[in-house]
Design a protein. Structure first.
Lengths: 270, 265
């Protein structure tokens, strides 16, 4: 049991639509170990969100298996979610936090999910302090906070449930650039402390580079390259990874416009 | 106002209930990309909206925005509509919001050309094809008959740029033009904007929070924070030797900048 990764998918496929289905995920196998942060990067429509939803049981899998702590993941209804030890953080905290409930009460929900699994209780105020907000914020409402602070609250709620796996879908994309890195670093620290694994989905390689242990690159429903983040950054193997890295404009003041892949190049990746 | 500026903003103040932009001055020059950088809430978008009189009702604007001899602050509708699209055009972050979903690309490209420039239907169509060719939309003839949803996000932004250029404006306001796009698509749009500025001698105001994008195509960058420009410098100087602590802080937070702090993880 202790040897099995916290998350393992084998040949997972996800398809949408009936007669002419769209194959969003085409046989993907990934692994997330305890204490590990794995980034899943790719451009819009590559299937990364579908994969994320599939591994947490929010999306029906066409074929393949998903194992969470070595056990199959059951499809999750809202009622069973409390007891699983999987938590998600989404892109927009405005839609994931309830605007009409006090912040403290919402974090209490997370704590309740932890105690329901037999873990010790904790206090909402402590979790707020862990994400860098004053404990007294418990009695305030989401609209009283900035976007970055709201996302910290959403993270506090997810972490308060003491998940063994945290799946985050573009959790920092809606934040200002100056807070992105600190929020991502916070997520990594908290999950590592819990001994949990994190699957971090992002379209932004430049940000992921700073904290992910491993990075998976997804294109058209498949993982085209995976590896240790530093290695992948230094020696990208797949032409798509190389194109992605080359397209990032560097804030170096050089006035260099990054290369844009041609239509032929795009075809050659597939 | 300096002599060759095509658009000159001076001492611009905007308040909506409370002061949001306080004393901005900025000149735009032909063939040059001027960057306005800042985080959300800094007032950079309000500044660009003020140029075209697109601020919400109840906004109080003082100061001056001059386009040639025309004063735009406090201008009446007729003056503004003669300037909008014709002399100053705009491209927004979300091309699906700036294109009309129920009108074909052809209609959207020819309508205002015919009105503003008085071209015949045929001449307008010819011009539309040329514009689509210029922004590298494949099969421009066929594209005219298609609708925005039939194009990818990057193609839609190219079409929005073509529409903006249709009346040969002197000034292009580009507000986060690549923020909604994938990075490989963004690169193509940045190249296009850079080329257009040069070949058409367009004065471009590039509003973005993304300093990587700034570094790629802006000639000069103004950094805005809480309604004020805290620093302004030519691109190379801003990135290699930022003077204001806020600029330094922004750069330090960025992966890949010279001032990048070591990740603390």
């Amino acid at each position: 049991m202790s040897e099995s990764p916290v998350l393992e998918s084998r040949d997972v496929t996800v398809s949408y639509g009936g007669r002419r289905p769209v194959h969003a995920v085409r046989g993907v196998s990934i692994r997330v170990e305890r204490g590990e942060t794995v980034a899943l990067v790719g451009e819009s429509g590559c299937g990364k969100s579908s994969l994320a939803r599939a591994v947490v049981g929010m999306e029906r899998i066409g074929s393949g298996t998903v194992l969470f702590d070595g056990e199959p993941v059951p499809p999750l209804g809202l009622r069973t979610r409390k007891n699983t030890g999987i938590q998600m953080v989404f892109q927009d905290p405005n839609t994931s936090l309830n605007p009409r409930r006090r912040v403290g009460d919402q974090i209490e929900d997370g704590i309740a999910a932890a105690t329901a699994r037999g873990l010790a209780g904790s206090s909402a105020g402590d979790w707020l302090e862990r994400v860098g907000l004053p404990a007294a914020s418990v009695s305030r409402y989401p609209h009283e906070f900035s976007g970055g602070q709201k996302q910290r609250i959403a993270i506090a709620r997810a972490i308060a449930a003491r998940p063994r796996l945290l799946v985050a879908d573009e959790p920092i994309s809606a934040l200002d650039a100056s807070t992105q890195s600190s929020v991502a670093a916070l997520m990594k620290d908290l999950t590592r402390e819990l001994g949990a694994g994190m699957l971090f989905i992002s379209h932004d390689l430049a940000v992921v580079r700073r904290f992910a242990d491993r990075t998976l690159v997804m294109l058209a429903g498949e993982i085209v390259e995976s590896g240790e983040t530093a290695r992948l950054w230094a020696e990208p193997q797949h032409p798509y990874t190389r194109a992605l890295l080359a397209a990032i404009p560097e804030p170096d003041g050089s006035g260099r416009i990054p290369a844009s892949p041609s239509a032929e190049e795009r075809r050659s990746w597939l | 106002m300096s002599r060759d500026a095509v658009l000159s903003i001076s001492e611009l103040h905007i308040s909506i209930g409370r002061p949001l932009v306080t004393g901005i001055s900025l000149d735009l020059y032909p063939g040059r990309v001027t960057g306005l950088a800042g985080e959300s809430g800094s007032g950079k978008t309000l500044t660009s909206m003020a140029v075209l009189g697109l601020l919400p009702r109840g906004a109080r604007v003082t100061g001056s925005i001059r386009c040639g001899d025309t004063e735009l602050v406090g201008a009446d509708r007729r003056t503004l509509s003669a300037v909008r699209g014709r002399r100053v055009a705009m491209v927004f972050q979300d091309p699906s919001a700036s294109l009309h979903p129920q009108l074909s690309v052809g209609v959207q490209l020819t309508d205002h050309v015919r009105r503003h420039l008085g071209l015949s239907r045929r001449a307008a169509r010819q011009r539309a094809v040329e514009l689509l060719e210029r922004v590298q939309v494949p099969e421009p003839e066929a594209a005219l008959a298609r609708y925005p949803h039939q194009f990818s996000g990057g193609q839609r932004q190219r079409i929005a740029i073509a529409i903006a250029l249709a009346c040969d404006p002197e000034v292009l306001l580009a507000d986060e033009p690549t923020t909604a796009l994938d990075v490989t698509v963004q690169a193509g749009i940045l190249q296009l904007l850079h080329q257009l500025a040069e070949e058409r001698q367009l004065a471009v105001l590039l509003v973005t929070h993304d300093l990587g994008v700034m570094s790629a195509i802006a000639d000069e960058v103004a950094v805005m924070r809480a309604g004020v420009i805290v620093e302004r410098a030519p691109r190379a100087a801003l990135f290699s030797a930022p003077q204001h602590p806020y600029t330094r802080q922004l750069l330090a937070a960025l992966p890949g900048s010279r001032l990048e702090e070591e990740p603390d993880v």
